[in-house]
Design a binder for this molecule. Structure first.
Ligand SMILES: O=C(O)C[C@@H](Cc1ccccc1)[C@H](O)SCc1ccccc1
Ligand code: NI
Length: 183
């Protein structure tokens, strides 16, 4: 099982590379990596397991965060209507997005960053993502609001981008009027 010791921290080279596409159909190894990542998220959100294994809560994770430089991400969170969003996505790609931008009111954190980095991380309010699921089947998924922030955070990771790369150094809380702040 993945625990915090398996999650690399900022400064590790895997966090700054453009990860490679996985081959399809998926190998048993790549399927296991995806399942292990999703299991980590579920464990990290389970009070007892998280306490027992000292896991930091996560709603998303990307393979480079466990030093696997492949384009694999996992999401496990509830949307604003309490619907479960739980996916392992292979070779995810944003194929379209809204003109409207958004950011989380409290800024963002990262399982690979052991410090607070204040500031707004402006992203697309809505994204459409094409990917392959754990059965090697093509999927097209639409995300908006909080889940959209999460999937963009994870796709950034497979492109070697950290959330604070988006924060305006001079004015971390700069907000253009086209940006919606998500509470
Ligand atoms: O490091 C990661 O990739 C997991 C990120 C995902 C994430 C960060 C900011 C905004 C959306 C998603 C976080 O560490 S998950 C931690 C977390 C837990 C609950 C709510 C928000 C962030
Ligand atoms: Ni992160």
């Amino acid at each position: 099982m993945i625990t915090m010791k398996d999650i690399v921290r900022e400064g590790h080279p895997s966090l700054r590379v453009k990860a490679k596409d996985v081959n399809l159909p998926l190998s048993a190894e790549d399927i296991k990596i995806g399942n292990d990542m999703l299991t980590f998220l579920k464990n990290s959100q389970d009070e007892e397991i998280a306490e027992k294994y000292e896991l930091r809560a996560g709603i998303g994770i990307a393979a480079p965060q466990i030093a696997v430089e492949k384009r694999i991400i996992a999401l496990h969170l509830l949307d604003d209507r309490e619907r479960l969003i739980s996916h392992v996505l292979y070779n995810p790609k944003i194929v379209s997005h809204s003109v409207e931008d958004a950011c989380l009111a409290g800024g963002e954190g990262c399982l690979s960053v052991d410090r607070d980095v204040p500031g707004y991380v402006v992203r697309h309010m809505r994204v459409t993502v094409s990917a392959f699921d754990i059965n090697s089947k093509p999927v097209k998924l639409r995300f908006k609001g909080y889940p959209a922030m999460c999937v963009q955070h994870e796709i950034d990771h497979i492109n070697g981008i950290m959330f604070y790369d988006h924060i305006n150094d001079k004015d971390p809380y700069e907000l253009k009027d086209t940006v919606t702040v998500i509470d």
